[in-house]
Design a protein around this ligand. Structure first.
Ligand code: ADP
Length: 207
């Protein structure tokens, strides 16, 4: 049986951190459209127009993202399922995913909403750092990186862009919640607390 899970939550809600738990627990790959776009940016293959959109905190056009996902889902490692992190982000993307899964004869198991109040999100992102080599996510205060780590502060984690991304989430991505609720797939998980506590809540929500 394949396991197909979507993680939805505002920027800074901990999707990337918790994705690690789900991928280990179910042995499925994490598919993060944000990570895929950043990998393309690093290798210099990202369309400069798309790069500018990302760095400003806006959403990349649906067609470009759907194309990216469609190509990713033909890879062999997705056979036993996958975890989607950062996709879908708009209702048209969710509809495209439904069509894609139907074509493959697959079905979604659950959509997890990581719920974190807006006041907490900004502080998390402004202090977020990523290890350039391992991709591991740190928080300068709550989960400090080891000395000597080669760290990156994301271009879109600056205070003004963070605000913009929160607005985009509320205006476009939050519409996914009623969409999946109507399909009885939505499970809400409180995303406030220590990462380990949230992992336990996720485990309960997925069992
Ligand atoms: P976050 O940490 O805000 O959840 P991600 O790392 O998932 O962000 O994505 C970073 C940026 O990449 C987004 O602000 C957006 O510009 C672009 N992006 C990623 N996924 C999508 C998507 N599904 N649709 C449109 N744009 C996307």
């Amino acid at each position: 049986m394949s396991k197909i899970v979507i993680l939805v939550g505002p920027p800074g809600s901990g999707k990337g951190t918790q994705a690690e738990f789900i991928t280990k627990r179910f042995g499925v790959p994490q598919i993060s459209t944000g990570d895929m776009l950043r990998a393309a940016k690093r290798s210099g293959t990202l369309d400069p127009k798309i790069l500018a959109i990302m760095d400003s905190g806006k959403l990349v056009p649906d067609e470009a993202i759907i194309d990216l996902i469609e190509k990713r889902l033909v890879e062999a490692d997705t056979k036993s399922g996958f975890l989607l992190d950062g996709f879908p982000r708009t209702v048209p993307q969710a509809e495209a995913l439904d069509a894609l899964l139907a074509k493959k004869g697959l079905k979604l198991d659950a959509v997890i909403q990581l719920d974190v109040p807006r006041e907490l999100l900004e502080e998390r992102l402004v202090n977020r750092r990523t290890d350039k080599t391992t991709g591991k996510i740190y928080h300068l205060v709550y989960n400090p990186p080891p000395a000597g780590a080669d760290l990156e502060h994301r271009a879109d984690d600056q205070p003004e862009t963070v605000k913009k991304r929160q607005d985009v989430y509320e205006a476009q991505t939050a519409a996914l919640l009623p969409y999946y609720e109507a399909k009885k797939l939505l499970r809400r998980v409180d995303g406030v607390g220590k990462p380990e506590e949230i992992t336990l809540r996720l485990e309960a929500a997925l069992s």
